[in-house]
Design a protein around this ligand. Structure first.
Ligand code: HEM
Length: 446
């Protein structure tokens, strides 16, 4: 048995998310890190040293940057996600007087955004997390999501009708019509679905989109861009507050109406928690799924064997989605957790106060878990054993919805266009410089 490694011995590997080639190189880097140890010290670099604030409060910057352990081995990563000696709320480690000072700062008017959106599921530990998650979990059960099948199919078909009309207006005909999949399909599909579910009226969706655009873009030392994102978010918060009032007066069959009722029913949900919840469900509901739809489409169109297997057996759509989540999962890692005491995992000691992330993308390419992990194989029987949705109390709330949307997207696109193909070579389709793994634009011929 190996003796525990200490922090002092570990070197820090910088992972530069601003580098356009990072996403292409990431799996090689993970392979190297994994060969050495179950977890490694890394630093995600998202901004130049000489300036540029990330939108939101300091806590958000703190979450993205700074040294942390990245777990690259599958079993140890799962162990870390299930270990309740880690907290998502590092304020819990502060001495009482510092905590009080921090809470007083958090309550000030100039931290409106942090206050309004900070009490979301991803930032809270049990028991607050448990109380809040219980309020939304019923809307996301497999059965309730399956009931949305027809509606999602209709939205997908309408979007492709619109792309066909646009192509016809440009004088293009099949199979030489062009579309940018991201703009015409992968983005609007999940935005429309989650807006319906949350209860954002159709006429306001354009605005909601503008307010939440660029939220996850990598900051390139551009304080103006950061201020702009922050300003838009404040407008979104104001808009949501007005919408809550409307739903209080006239409830509808949507998530906002249900949560507003829960807030009124007693002390289950504070006003800030209501805002944070609607915000996180809305944003998490589309930012990741856009990338899943894009990644599975490019995955199939750029891997000849996978495409042939799928064309021969379209019932592989679900498994193609699972394999894409494993092979090109949108979330590279979980958000960081902080050790509340010394914790030993896989022979490594994570000292109290140190941070750790489960490296989901690295874990899903662990050869101890998946045979030939760097091969994209949609017929793999164990594809769905990936951890692209995380594990433990923070496991993705929207996983059943993301799976449904991914499957319907593949079935609709490939079912409708047998000659669908990439309009440019795969190498020319670039990963976006964003906190998630996904393509910026996907030019297709259909
Ligand atoms: C392919 C699509 C998606 C991926 C890859 C994904 C991934 C993840 C991951 C990895 C986490 C855990 C993060 C952590 O532990 O730090 C998470 C949490 C979460 N996801 Fe997703 N997600 C997807 C789609 C969705 C959708 C459609 C929704 C819609 C509501 C959603 C809502 C959430 C929420 C609310 C959380 C926080 C859960 C909690 O803290 O209890 N996600 N997601």
């Amino acid at each position: 048995m190996t003796s525990p490694t200490t922090t002092q011995q570990a070197e820090t590997t910088p992972l530069d998310l601003r580098d356009p080639s990072f996403r292409d190189r990431a799996y090689g880097i993970y392979d190297d890190l994994r060969a050495g140890c179950p977890m490694s010290k890394v630093r995600f670099v998202t901004r130049d040293d000489d300036g540029g604030a990330l939108p939101g409060d300091d806590r958000r910057r703190e979450m993205l940057e700074g040294d942390c352990w990245l777990v690259t081995h599958f079993d140890e990563g799962v162990e870390a996600m299930l270990d309740d000696r880690f907290t998502v709320n590092p304020a819990r480690l502060l001495p009482p007087e510092q905590l009080a000072a921090m809470q007083a700062q958090a309550a000030t008017a100039d931290n409106e955004l942090g206050r309004a959106l900070g009490r979301n599921l991803l930032n809270l530990d049990p028991p607050d997390h448990t109380r809040l998650r219980r309020l939304v979990q019923p809307s996301f059960t497999g059965r309730n999501i399956a009931a949305m099948d027809d509606r999602v199919r209709r939205i997908a078909a309408d979007l492709l009708d619109a792309a066909e009309r646009e192509a016809a207006e440009r004088g293009e005909s099949a199979p030489y019509r062009m579309m940018d999949l991201v703009r015409s399909f992968a983005y609007p599909l999940p935005v429309t679905v989650i807006s319906d579910m949350v209860g954002i009226p159709a006429e306001d969706r354009g605005k909601a989109r503008t307010w939440t655009e660029n939220l996850l873009k990598i900051d390139r030392a551009d304080p103006e861009q950061a201020a702009d994102i922050q300003q838009r978010l404040l407008e979104f918060v104001d808009y949501l507050k007005d919408l809550f009032e409307k739903r209080r007066r006239e409830p509808q069959d949507d998530l906002i109406s249900r949560l507003v009722r829960a807030e009124e029913d007693g002390d289950t949900l504070s006003p800030d928690e209501l805002l944070s919840m609607v915000f996180i469900v809305y944003v998490a509901g589309f930012v990741t799924t856009v990338n899943l739809i894009g990644n599975v489409t490019v995955g199939l169109l750029s891997h000849t064997d996978a495409l042939a297997a799928f064309r021969a057996d379209p019932s592989l759509a679900r498994n193609a989605v699972e394999e894409t989540l494993r092979f090109w999962g949108p979330a590279e890692s979980t958000l960081p957790r902080t050790a509340m005491e010394d914790v030993e995992i896989g022979g490594v000691v994570i000292r109290a106060g140190e941070r750790i992330r489960a490296g989901l993308a690295a874990m899903d390419r662990d050869p101890e878990k998946f045979a030939n992990p760097n091969v994209y194989d949609i017929t793999r029987a164990d594809a769905n054993r990936h951890v692209a949705f995380g594990k433990g109390v923070h496991v993705c709330l929207g996983a059943p919805l993301a799976r449904l949307e991914g499957e319907i997207a593949v079935e609709t696109l490939f079912g409708r266009y047998p000659e669908l193909r990439l309009a440019v070579p795969r190498e020319e389709i670039r990963w976006s410089q964003d906190l998630l793994r996904g393509f910026e634009r996907i030019p297709l011929l259909f």
